[in-house]
Design a protein around this ligand. Structure first.
Ligand code: CA
Length: 223
């Protein structure tokens, strides 16, 4: 899962980025509205954290432009505590949720998890696929109740497939959601990660759909 943070307060931006990376997300950061708008317009994110008070272009304008261009990425806006009008303007502009400053980073993490889950059509924080359970809250997975020891890349891969279970996900899409914009991307590595993940899971749930990509699906006799 890949997140964009648009926040001009350098310390706050870094604090959010660190917490999200710690929780297993890939993070891109922008420090003004123009840069943020450009990234959100050109890169595929699973969710965006957008400050309202930004240099170059304010957050409301950034959001209106994305929505005007048909971009449906879930957006969480950050507002100043005393500016209730920002929340109204933000929600009217197409924000999915908001957090008022100052906030606890944990609250932002919880809201981001919920936005990503809901966008993928999952109501609970645990996503289940046959014997595999993904706990989006603790960023941990189990198979038949046994914890999986995954590297950060393996976790990102599994998390993305699980959020889109039953759907074919292309290698390109996986690459775009597993690495940040600065990473030297090579879609061949995905195959390696899929191989490792299959081995660690020990159950044959990740299907290779020739020429198209991968799909995680519960065995038909299981549900
Ligand atoms: Ca600001």
């Amino acid at each position: 899962m890949r997140i964009l943070i648009v926040e001009d307060d350098i310390n706050l931006n870094r604090q959010l980025a660190d917490a999200l990376k710690e929780a297993g997300y890939v993070v891109d950061t922008a420090f003004d509205g123009e840069e943020g708008h450009f990234l959100g317009d050109t890169e595929p994110y699973d969710a965006i954290i957008l400050d309202i008070g930004l240099p170059e272009m304010d957050g409301i304008t950034v959001l209106e432009k994305w929505r005007g261009a048909g971009r449906a990425t879930p957006v969480l806006i950050l507002t100043a505590r005393d500016r209730w009008s920002d929340k109204v303007a933000g929600i009217d502009a197409g924000a999915d949720d908001y957090v008022a400053k100052p906030f606890h980073v944990e609250e932002v993490l919880a809201r981001i998890r919920a936005l990503i889950r809901r966008a993928a059509g999952h109501a609970s924080s645990e996503i289940i696929c046959g014997p595999v359970r993904l706990d989006t809250k603790s960023s941990k997975a189990t198979v038949n109740g046994k914890p999986l020891k995954l590297t950060s890349h393996e976790y990102r891969l599994l998390a993305y497939l699980m959020h889109h279970k039953g759907e074919v996900v292309s290698r390109t899409e996986l690459v775009e959601h597993m690495y940040d914009q600065d990473f030297d991307r090579d879609s061949n590595t995905i195959e390696v990660f899929v191989g490792r993940l299959r081995k660690k899971m020990g159950v044959d749930l990740i299907e290779t759909v020739r020429g198209l990509g991968y799909r995680i699906q519960a065995p038909t006799n299981a549900n």
